[in-house]
Design a protein. Structure first.
Length: 211
């Protein structure tokens, strides 16, 4: 979802840094790039462990960060769809292809974003990595989405913008199209089956036909 449906990485970065500051944790902003595509819990758990704050539950930081994000979402002024994505979703729907969101974001965030853009009904399945034992790059979130769709992993195609997500998709045995999103930093997308610099229905449909 993040970086593919909604151009939200700047908002996530801001809310993560605000959360870390609120709880008195030092964290260099340039380190955020390596956590893109992963759960906020992974980042907060690492920061707490590194700074000897094991007595503080990472979930408390996750809840604080999610509320900051929801406040921004309710305002609506800072979130835009990634260019071309809504067109792609409409095209896939028209082609009769079942769709799933498999995101590292919390379920409340995922549903709020889908509602914000009026596309929740486009997705037959919504899976949050926060509800699984391990987030991306573990393939669990994608394998669960495939099971809920009733599809074999090899029949699934994934659209990703982060190295952790690409690794998860390939570990799940799925075809992966990687979008090089300028807002996602220097992500190593080389493991993807196809790398694109722009999301469009023409480009995605060509990738799917030629997979």
């Amino acid at each position: 979802m993040d970086g593919i449906i909604v151009d939200s990485e700047p908002v996530h970065s801001r809310t993560k840094l605000e959360t870390l500051r609120h709880f008195g944790l030092d964290f260099a902003p340039e380190r955020l790039e390596r956590y893109m595509g992963r759960t906020s819990r992974a980042l907060f758990a690492d920061a707490l462990r590194e700074q000897g704050r094991e007595g503080l539950d990472p979930e408390e930081l996750v809840r604080y960060k999610h509320q900051l994000y929801l406040n921004i979402l309710q305002d609506g002024s800072s979130l835009q769809p990634v260019a071309g994505t809504l067109e792609v979703i409409a095209g896939l729907q028209a082609a009769g292809m079942p769709l799933a969101v498999a995101s590292s974001a919390g379920r409340s965030i995922i549903e709020a974003v889908l509602d914000f853009f009026g596309i929740r009904t486009a997705f037959a399945v919504v899976v949050s990595g926060t509800e699984l034992p391990h987030g991306k790059p573990d393939p669990g979130v994608y394998l669960l989405a495939a099971r809920q769709l009733g599809a074999a992993p090899s029949a699934c195609a994934v659209l990703e913008d982060a190295a952790a997500g690409v690794a998860a998709a390939k570990a799940a045995g799925m075809y992966c199209i990687a979008y090089r999103n300028p807002a996602s930093g220097q992500q190593n997308l080389s493991a993807a089956d196809k790398i694109i610099g722009k999301i469009s229905w023409k480009k995605i449909s060509e990738c799917l036909k030629n997979r």
